[in-house]
Design a protein around this ligand. Structure first.
Ligand SMILES: [Zn+2]
Length: 104
């Protein structure tokens, strides 16, 4: 699952690059290489995770950082027990407050 978060993080960065290019240039620039990279990453992520990712990215970030026991998506603390379970993989690394993926 933590490997999956790295993939999602990579995907998010590319999605943001495209989004920014659209804002700066007012239209889609020639971003075939970025789109190709996005497709390749999406192929490696399961459907359920992708649909959650897509839903979240529309409202901002989908994968957020975790620091000092806090999710930086919602600035609320996550119980240490949950963090331990996420680290060992028995629990999905998803914030129990805001539902975003957490990059542990
Ligand atoms: Zn959160």
């Amino acid at each position: 699952m933590l490997k999956k978060i790295k993939l999602l993080l990579e995907l998010q960065e590319l999605d943001l690059v495209l989004k920014e290019a659209k804002i700066v240039h007012g239209k889609w620039i020639d971003s075939k290489s970025v789109s190709d990279k996005i497709s390749k990453i999406r192929e490696r992520v399961d459907k359920q995770t992708l649909s959650r990712y897509d839903r979240l990215i529309k409202q901002g970030l989908s994968v957020v950082q975790f620091r000092n026991g806090m999710c930086l998506g919602c600035n609320l603390s996550i119980p240490i027990g949950d963090i331990n379970r996420m680290t060992v993989g028995s629990m999905a690394p998803i914030c129990t407050n805001c539902g975003k993926f957490i990059d542990l």
